[in-house]
Write a new protein. Structure first.
Length: 126
């Protein structure tokens, strides 16, 4: 019925071929991030940053322009959880790795500014 589905060369034609081939590398990289406190903080920073941008650029306009409240509630709840987890992780790492007050302040301030957690990952967490 669908001969393309049984073709072994299907992945060669796929636009996602690069990602399919390199998926084991990504899996090992993500596993390595979960092994350290800084790695977990980096994952939280990216997740919190993405949820913040989704909240500001997608769900808030949906709420106020189109009157859809549900996406804002769902993404807002997710963002709140990720924000609290990020703040707790920064404070825990501050004491465990003896971060300076300046570095801790900048990491916490980054959570309040759009794109801030991406900057924090680039400048503070590497």
């Amino acid at each position: 019925m669908f001969p393309e589905a049984f073709n072994n060369n299907l992945h060669d034609k796929s636009p996602f071929r690069y990602y399919i081939v390199h998926l084991p590398f990504l899996k090992s990289m993500i596993k390595d991030l979960f092994k350290t406190q800084i790695g977990i903080l980096r994952i939280l920073a990216y997740s919190e940053g993405i949820s913040f941008l989704l909240l500001l650029m997608v769900t808030v306009p949906l709420k106020y322009i189109m009157g859809l409240k549900e996406p804002n509630i769902i993404i807002g709840l997710l963002h709140g959880f990720l924000f609290i987890a990020y703040v707790v992780a920064v404070i825990q790492i501050k004491f465990d790795q003896n971060w300076t007050y300046k570095k801790t302040f900048l990491a916490l301030l980054a959570a309040l500014i759009p794109f801030g957690t991406f900057w924090a990952d680039w400048k503070l967490f590497r």
